[in-house]
Design a protein around this ligand. Structure first.
Ligand SMILES: CC(C)(COP(=O)(O)OP(=O)(O)OC[C@H]1O[C@@H](n2cnc3c(N)ncnc32)[C@H](O)[C@@H]1OP(=O)(O)O)[C@@H](O)C(=O)NCCC(=O)NCCSC(=O)/C=C/c1ccc(O)cc1
Length: 387
């Protein structure tokens, strides 16, 4: 029988935002802001961090399950508050949010006990950060995955330059630049999910996980295997187009990627190529350029290095000195909802390499410092790389 517990926390609402279920050696954390699609607020991230760190020390805990209440696992970081902060000129509050979130991503990526994320709904931005770095990711027929940041004037953060760059071939560049939505079958095919379980079987799976008394990933994997199915990958899936994706998204620059897609479209008109071109043309040109460079650098870096670099980048975005596209993207998509952002600079060709370069440099501010990741000791082999 599950019991609801409340570990030590200062603010009462934190307990309501992340519910905890205890079952023998398993702990289930439930993101509980269903009306906002479980968008992660600062309090939620703080609470998750507190719970993850406490459970790592607790020998009675062997397995963590993470899931969302309602139709979403998690639709990303909570963008509603940040817009107010930036408008007031308080970009450091945004930076503080990201520092906390990225450290949580790092703790998850290097966690010493297995984490099973049940992705039975929307998984976007920060929701991917809370799950993809963990050991097991269970997709269902309700999963909708996307990294939609370039449409918002941001870039795929939360360590996405690490995991996107490790997807097969150039699929990560495609997912990260276009913000394309993937279903559960596509998530499994590309490796973002480790298992696919039909939602009708989730309660049985969870019951089985509640009885687990081991942290051995092989044990957990075989339990999830019992409920897993091989889903149908639709013929129109982007994952069936890896050859075109490779031909186009392997190009050196965003301009070359677009030209390659346009050439493909001329040779063989196709709805998927048109949609892909349209997504790129609607996104912030600055976001596209810094995202491509970030994913390319990520190929050669560990998850910690990726997060430190992304933190520099996100601080530049929050500071708004180099570009105000993030504020404009939030206005157009979340506030006025006219879906018509006016990006500045408005075109790819106006953004030089040296402008891109600045996003990767330290912030010129005496009070600012690079992200300090916590030292993580005694990691078992499986705690390091999950993808
Ligand atoms: C496609 C979605 C997921 C579902 O669409 P829908 O089914 O038509 O549902 P709604 O859009 O009506 O969403 C239901 C409610 O959830 C809210 N919501 C839905 N995602 C959100 C959300 N990320 N935030 C804060 N409310 C939300 C949304 O505003 C709405 O609230 P309300 O109008 O009061 O009913 C749609 O909500 C959507 O595009 N959400 C944004 C997804 C997204 O871009 N996520 C990644 C964002 S970037 C990121 O993670 C970092 C952000 C950030 C964080 C902190 C910072 O300091 C700086 C930056």
């Amino acid at each position: 029988m599950a019991s609801l517990t409340s570990a030590s926390a200062k603010v009462k609402t934190q307990h309501e935002l992340v519910l905890v279920e205890e079952n023998l050696s398993a702990r289930t954390l439930i993101l509980n802001r269903p009306k906002q699609l479980n968008a992660l607020s600062y309090q939620m991230i703080s609470r998750l961090m507190e719970l993850f760190l406490a459970y790592e020390e607790d020998p009675n805990v062997k397995l963590l399950v993470l899931k969302g209440n309602g139709r979403a696992f998690c639709a990303g970081g909570d963008v509603s508050a940040v817009v107010l902060d930036i408008r007031k000129g308080n970009w450091r509050l945004g930076a503080q949010f990201f520092a906390k979130e990225f450290i949580l991503n790092y703790v998850i990526a290097t966690y010493t006990k297995p984490q099973v994320s049940i992705l039975n709904g929307i998984v976007m931005g920060g929701g991917a950060g809370a799950s993809v770095h963990g050991r097991f990711r269970v997709a269902t027929e309700n999963s909708v995955f996307a990294m939609p940041e370039t449409a918002l004037g941001l870039f795929p953060d939360i360590g996405a330059s690490y995991f996107l760059s490790r997807l097969p071939r150039f699929f990560g560049e495609y997912v990260g630049l276009t913000g394309a939505r993937l279903d559960g079958a596509e998530m499994l095919a590309c490796g973002l999910a480790t298992h696919f379980v039909p939602s009708a079987k989730l309660s049985l799976l969870e019951e089985a996980l509640h009885k687990v008394d081991s942290s051995d990933p092989a044990n957990i994997s075989s339990i999830i295997d019992e409920y897993s199915e091989q889903p149908y990958l639709k013929e129109q899936s982007a994952y069936q187009r890896l050859d075109i994706i490779d031909r186009c998204f392997s190009r050196r620059t965003v301009e070359e990627i677009l030209s390659a897609l346009e050439r493909e479209a001329m040779n063989k008109p196709d709805a998927w190529i048109s949609t892909t071109i349209q997504s790129l043309k609607k996104a912030s040109p600055t976001s596209l350029k810094i995202s491509l460079r970030s994913i390319r650098e990520g190929r050669l870096q560990g998850v910690g290095q990726c997060l430190v670099r992304e933190y520099r980048m996100v601080c530049h975005v929050m500071q708004g000195k180099l570009s105000k596209d993030f504020l404009e993207g939030c206005r157009a998509i979340l506030i006025d909802k006219d879906k018509n952002p006016k990006w500045d600079p408005p075109k790819l060709e106006f953004i030089s390499n040296s402008m891109v370069e600045q996003y990767f440099s330290k912030i010129d501010d005496e009070e600012w410092e690079d992200l300090q990741l916590p030292a993580r000791f005694h990691l078992p082999g499986y705690a390091a790389a999950k993808l």
